[in-house]
Design a protein around this ligand. Structure first.
Ligand code: HEM
Length: 458
């Protein structure tokens, strides 16, 4: 895209539909979307800032300009989250239908209002030590000289931090049940590497792993029932997010059924696990290929911290924060946001018929040279406050924006700012796989192959 190519199209006839590629084989669109998402959307962006594209059974527009992205994310009465309703006809089960990522309207609003305080900074300070302990345990498990897949290691780490925060530390053997359920949810959501869009192919039949999934989820359900019962019986004994959800039961403002609590727990396990693991994986890939940046992170960890980070130290870790933000720019774990026009509307001078799916590809917008100089390069200094202020809102939106902005944003940033400095001080991770792995669009943006590194302990 060229500089200045920002025609807002206000004079256009609103009967006009957005431009887009004609005649591309429909299946080709779908596969390219999954296997080469960045290239696919770069090509679409050649058509303009709002571009029509088609997938099997889906009429969509992709939006590339921050102003229009803001209009979509803030215009909640016109654009609802696309809940992939089409999928529910194909699948005979739904994942956490009563959780925060699937409810809509008033029900979502009540839930969000209720859950928001649990993810506030003051509240999160209490789980700082869980982040430190889990990271140190992980490092202790690594043998000096061993070769590891950091994507898998970080996935274990973020799951462990999440389960400790949701369910306190004392899970004992029940931890395995939670881990199995999280694994099955991930596998189900990835469905052998098929993305949600690809699943809309009419011939797709969901048989993969169904039985194993049901078994794992049955075990998860009964464990959660036990955990809820334990907390009801001894409310003062626990200090975790589950207890907080139960605490408010008596205030009559809003109380949640056990089914709802169960769906929220699943939602957090899905939304908070692999996203943060991918943020860490790509951060470490970038640090391993940019030793100067790694040196700066290590120096900061040495000067700003006396020992392991605490919540009070986090505002001092500005270099670490910019590195994490730059990694989230180049490799935004969510990859893309999905909305649906619930009524006919107009966007950038184009007509958007009711039912149109609206795709907001973060990775394309984050690498647009209208907002980022040399966008392909890793330059954490772009995130100084002054330079950030000069960019339009929604040119950078790894955690989304508007009412559905990630509820776990502070949690995730806090995790990154704990784990990165601890690792920087304690180990050198030498990259042994490709410095530029292919990237797939699955439930999150994923490296197509494991990212392999050799551990050198300090
Ligand atoms: C680096 C890590 C993370 C990234 C990049 C990320 C990204 C996002 C994005 C882009 C959205 C908005 C989706 C949309 O508008 O359609 C979102 C929503 C959400 N995220 Fe995160 N997330 C991360 C970590 C977490 C964590 C740690 C949790 C929970 C513990 C979490 C829970 C949620 C939930 C529940 C929503 C739905 C919010 C709502 O609709 O009200 N996320 N996340």
């Amino acid at each position: 895209m060229a500089d200045g190519d920002t025609d807002t199209g206000s004079a256009r006839d609103t009967e006009e539909l957005p431009p887009g590629p004609d005649g591309l084989p429909v299946l080709g669109n779908t596969h390219q979307y999954v296997r080469q998402p960045m290239g696919f959307f770069d090509e679409l962006a050649e058509y303009g800032d709002i571009v029509h594209c088609e997938f099997p059974r889906i009429d969509a527009v992709a939006v590339f300009h921050p102003d229009y992205i803001g209009e979509v994310l803030l215009g909640q009465s016109t654009y609802e989250r696309w809940n992939f309703d089409e999928l529910k006809d194909l699948l005979d089960y739904e994942i956490a239908p009563q959780g925060l990522t699937f409810t809509r309207g008033e029900e979502w609003k009540k839930q969000r209002h209720f859950l928001q305080p649990m993810f506030g900074l003051d509240r999160l300070a209490g789980i700082s030590s869980a982040m430190v302990t889990a990271t140190e345990q992980l490092i202790a498990e690594w043998d000096d000289g061993a070769e590891i897949s950091i994507n898998e290691e970080f996935s274990r780490l973020t799951l462990s931090i999440l389960t400790n925060s949701l369910f306190d530390f004392d899970l004992g053997e029940r931890r395995q049940v939670i881990t199995d359920a999280a694994d099955e949810l991930q596998a189900l959501a990835d469905l052998s590497g098929l993305s949600a869009v690809e699943m809309l192919l009419p011939s797709w039949v969901p048989t993969h792993g169904n039985r194993r999934y049901s078994k794992a989820m049955d075990a998860f359900d009964s464990t959660v029932d036990t955990l809820i019962a334990e907390r009801r019986a001894n409310p003062d004994q626990y200090d975790d997010l589950l207890t907080m959800m139960l605490e408010k039961e008596d205030d009559h403002e809003y109380s949640m059924s056990d089914d709802e609590i169960h769906d929220h727990l699943i939602t957090f396990l899905i939304a908070g696990h692999e996203t943060t693991a991918m943020a860490l994986t790509f951060t470490w890939l970038l640090l391993a290929t940019h030793p100067d940046a790694q040196d700066r992170v290590e120096t900061e960890a040495g000067t700003a911290l006396d020992g392991p980070p605490t919540a009070a130290d986090l505002s001092e870790l500005t270099v670490t924060e910019r590195v994490a933000k730059e990694a989230l720019r180049l490799y935004p774990p969510a990859g893309m946001l999905f909305r649906e026009a619930v009524e006919e509307t107009e966007l950038g001078g184009y007509r958007i018929p009711a039912g149109t799916k609206v795709l907001l590809p973060q990775f394309t917008v984050h690498t647009d040279d209208r907002w980022f100089d040399a966008p392909e390069q890793f330059r954490p200094a772009r995130f100084t406050p002054e330079r950030s202020d000069r960019r339009p809102d929604f040119a950078y939106f790894p955690f989304g924006g508007g009412p559905h902005q990630c509820i776990g944003m502070h949690f995730a940033m806090m995790e990154l700012k704990h784990i990165i400095p601890i690792l920087a001080r304690r180990v050198d991770l030498e990259l042994v796989s490709s410095p530029t792995p292919d990237v797939n669009m699955e439930l999150t943006l994923q490296p197509a192959e494991d990212v392999r590194m050799r551990v050198h302990k300090r």
